[in-house]
Structure formats: structure tokens, C-alpha cells
Design a protein around this ligand. Structure first.
Ligand code: CP
Length: 304
């Protein structure tokens, strides 16, 4: 049994399979062909933070695969009344086939997984957001081909998305140019990168974007850090992705944002709504890659 708790849980070969499978699943979805590989399987979704994309993509995805979904939140389950995470894992995993969790500390999902009888998927923690980067790389491949050897510019917070991009670069052979304000740097030990050559740090976000094949960012204040909002608004003021940054990137550069976005804060409206932006494909692809992911975790590799 495999879990998907961080990007480094899969090998490059496993990603090649999941991306190919996601392309097939997307094609079948777009052509209204049934794809009921998880008939009668049940997904438990546990949300301790808000969500639009993650909830809709996992819920719709599981139904489209022929299965069903149980939706739990902290407020409407015993999770919010201090039932130990280990006990919750033992119970929920006896009644369902696969579990997706969005929570705070990575240690929480690791504790759940350690006591689960079924695969567990990270739907976002403070440290990682592997399903989002899975969708982002699939989107890059759809638009531009292999990401190996390319350069991704990360502008903004050294958060869960930045950590996950570092892991992905390490594994799939591309480089991340990271530019964050002082005090908000990525922590290499959290990301757990093996090859330090897979990322470079830039003080100036404009320099980080020079020649980049993909420019990406996230909100200045991630969920769980709202108390820091005022300080972050000041600290991040120069880390907005602008048309000037896109102009110094490679001519075919794409722009991505995991959403939700704040136009005029971390990104100019002209960028996110401009011709280089692929944010709507990126959001839709959460559905297709996560269907491939759930299928792979439950059934392993299938013939095309
Ligand atoms: N990108 C993302 O995870 O979106 P939600 O917070 O809406 O799920």
C-alpha cells in the first residue's frame, strides 16, 4: 500500500505513468466516455481548512470513477472534539477505501497514514501541496512538453507550494529559481531536496524570472497564517508577478497560480488574465491528475 503525502513519495517512473494515465482519463472525460475503474469504492475527504478546487476535483473525480464520497470537516466530526488522529485513522480506514486530508501540520497527516489501512493523499498541509504541483506539471507538459531541463521561477512566499516545487525539481530534473522576501525563505530541510543544484535563490524577483520557462506564485498569506497578514502585505510588496517579470522570462513562458488569487497583490491582473496565463487549465487538471492518482494508489498500473 502506498500513500501520497508529499511529492517525493513517487519516483520519476511513477510520475511518467500517472501523467500518461491522466491524459487518457482527461480524453475520456472530454469525449463523454465512462471510466468506472473505481466502481463502488469510497473516498473519505477530511477538510480542516477551506477549499474549492480540492473539494470539487476530488468529489467530482471519485463519482466520475464510479465511486462515492464521504465529506468530513473538523466542525462536523469528532476530529473537532479532540478524538485522537490515530483513532480516527483506524475507524475511517475500516469503512472507506482511500482518504484525502487537508490539514495543518504535515506530522498530522503522517500520523493518520501510519494508522490507516488504506492509502492517504495529502490535499494540502502547511508544508506541502503535492496534488497541486502534480496538476501544474501535467499542465506544463500539455502546453510545452517535458519539464526536464526547464526553469521554473517561484516568486513569493517560501510556503507549501514552494517546498513542493523544490521536491519536484529534484525528482524530475528541472531547476527552480526561488525569490522570497527576507524572513520568508524556503527551508531546504523541510523540502528535503537531495540535489541542491535543482534550485537557485535570488534576492531580486525580476532576476529570478529572467529566462524562466514558467513563472508561478501563490497568495502572500496562506491559510493558517492569517495573523501575519499585515506584516506580510508590507514584506511582499515587491514580490508581485508583473508584466515586466513576464517580459524578461523566456518568450514562450507560461504563468501559473494555484488559486485562489488576489489580483493586485501577488499578481497583476494583466498577467493572470493575460495570454501567458494557463491558470484555468491548471485548475481543471486537478480533476484529471487526481483521478489518475486515486486509480494508481488503489489499482496500481493498468494497461492503456
Ligand atoms: N489550489 C487549491 O488547493 O485550491 P482550494 O484551496 O480551493 O482547494
Amino acid at each position: 500500500m502506498k500513500h501520497y503525502l508529499q511529492f517525493s513519495d513517487f519516483s520519476a517512473d511513477e510520475y511518467a505513468y500517472v501523467f500518461a494515465r491522466a491524459a487518457l482519463i482527461k480524453h475520456k472525460f472530454k469525449t463523454y466516455q465512462k471510466h468506472h475503474t473505481l466502481l463502488d469504492r469510497t473516498l473519505a475527504m477530511i477538510f480542516e481548512k477551506a477549499s474549492t478546487r480540492t473539494r470539487v476535483s476530488f468529489e467530482a473525480g471519485m463519482y466520475q470513477l464510479g465511486g462515492s464520497v464521504v465529506h468530513l470537516t473538523t466542525g462536523d466530526s469528532q476530529l473537532g472534539r479532540a478524538e485522537p488522529i490515530e483513532d480516527s485513522a483506524k475507524v475511517i480506514s475500516r469503512m472507506t477505501d482511500i482518504v484525502m486530508i487537508r490539514t495543518f501540520e504535515q506530522t498530522k497527516i503522517e500520523r493518520f497514514a501510519a494508522h490507516s489501512r488504506v492509502p492517504v493523499i495529502n490535499g494540502l498541509t502547511n508544508e506541502f501541496h503535492p496534488c497541486q504541483v502534480l496538476a501544474d506539471i501535467f499542465t506544463y507538459i500539455e502546453h510545452r512538453g517535458s519539464i526536464a531541463g526547464k526553469t521554473v521561477a517561484w516568486v513569493g512566499d517560501g510556503n507549501n507550494m514552494a517546498n513542493t516545487w523544490l521536491q519536484a525539481a529534484d525528482l524530475l530534473g528541472f531547476t527552480v529559481h526561488v525569490s522570497t522576501p527576507g524572513g520568508y525563505e524556503v527551508n531546504q530541510s523541510i523540502a528535503g531536496v537531495r540535489a541542491s543544484g535543482s534550485y537557485r535563490v535570488f534576492e531580486d524577483p525580476l532576476k529570478a524570472c529572467q529566462g524562466a520557462d514558467l513563472v508561478t506564485t501563490d497568495v502572500w498569506t496562506s491559510m493558517g497564517f492569517e495573523a501575519e497578514n499585515a506584516a506580510r502585505m508590507q514584506a511582499f510588496a515587491s514580490w508581485r508577478v508583473t508584466t515586466q517579470m513576464m517580459a524578461v522570462a523566456a518568450p514562450q513562458a507560461l504563468f501559473m497560480h494555484c488559486l485562489p488569487a488576489h489580483r493586485g497583490e501577488e499578481v497583476d491582473a494583466d498577467v493572470i488574465d493575460g495570454p501567458q496565463s494557463v491558470v484555468w487549465d491548471e485548475a481543471e487538471n486537478r480533476l484529471h491528475v487526481q483521478k489518475a492518482l486515486m486509480e494508481y494508489l488503489l489499482l496500481g498500473e493498468l494497461p492503456a
